[in-house]
Design a protein around this ligand. Structure first.
Ligand SMILES: Cc1cc2nc3c(=O)[nH]c(=O)nc-3n(C[C@H](O)[C@H](O)[C@H](O)COP(=O)(O)OP(=O)(O)OC[C@H]3O[C@@H](n4cnc5c(N)ncnc54)[C@H](O)[C@@H]3O)c2cc1C
Length: 216
């Protein structure tokens, strides 16, 4: 797939660990939920990042957690406006299905930066019939919370009582059953996705109503 050069417009710090890297959009087209591979220009080194911005935004945003021992996320964090990056994509199939676009109840379950595709969905399609469960350690990690309807957003904090539910998203789901017609979208780390998938299967959700995107 072809790579194109994009220019860094801004690096926006959200927390000491997490930031948004904003690139110019040019004529880049994508479906909300897709990701790209960002590469260092003219090198093969690159990583996958979900698109955080909406389809009508003039820029391309990516929500990135800086990993203390991670080579690539640290490189991105220290880029200055005007730097170039190669972008390959869009890639992936973690997009909304037709039922969700038509208003069927949809449950978006994220851990950490896994909120990114859901942020793009809701920015792009404001009339969705959705609920978000976002699992973080502390409430300050509720990235982009202001984009979501407060009545449709629930923050599960596992290390402090400053969210809406104290504990893991799996604990919340064990106490709050999900109906079989709900289309569930899970994004983030593989432990969360495995645990939540098992719970949703126990509730009788068919496989086609459990859609997943694993970051690591
Ligand atoms: C389809 C896809 C989409 C992705 N989208 C995003 C995204 O939108 N934002 C993002 O920050 N990352 C995303 N990632 C992860 C990203 O590609 C890199 O792995 C991440 O930035 C770490 O790269 P690194 O070189 O700094 O560290 P590496 O040396 O590659 O990774 C070190 C370790 O960091 C942990 N890790 C990786 N990503 C994360 C994370 N996001 N949060 C917490 N721990 C992590 C893992 O345990 C990993 O083994 C995505 C991955 C995939 C496969």
């Amino acid at each position: 797939m072809k790579r194109k050069k994009h220019i860094v417009q801004e690096v926006i710090d959200l927390t000491p660990e997490t930031f948004i890297i904003r690139l110019d959009r040019k004529d880049f087209k994508f479906e909300p939920g897709q990701y790209v591979i960002i590469r260092i220009p003219d090198q093969n080194k690159g990583r996958e990042y979900s698109i955080y911005s909406g389809i009508t935004d003039e820029y391309l945003d990516f929500l990135v957690r800086e990993i203390p021992v991670g080579e690539f996320s640290r490189y991105l964090r220290h880029l200055k406006p005007g730097s170039e990056l190669d972008v390959e994509g869009p890639k992936g199939y973690f997009i909304l299905n037709e039922q969700s676009k038509m208003g069927q109840p949809s449950l978006f379950i994220a851990s950490g930066t896994g909120i990114s595709p859901f942020h793009s969905y809701v920015k792009s399609y404001p009339d969705l019939n959705y609920k978000v469960l976002h699992r973080v350690h502390f409430a300050k990690e509720a990235y982009g919370r202001e984009t979501f309807d407060p009545k449709r957003f629930l923050l599960c904090t596992s290390r402090s009582a400053d969210g809406d539910f104290l504990g893991r998203v799996s604990n919340y789901l064990r106490q709050n059953p999900v109906s079989g017609e709900t289309v569930c979208y899970l994004c983030g780390n593989s432990d969360m996705i495995e645990e939540v998938t098992t719970i949703l299967e126990q509730y009788g959700l068919p496989a086609e109503n459990i859609r997943t995107e694993v970051f690591f």
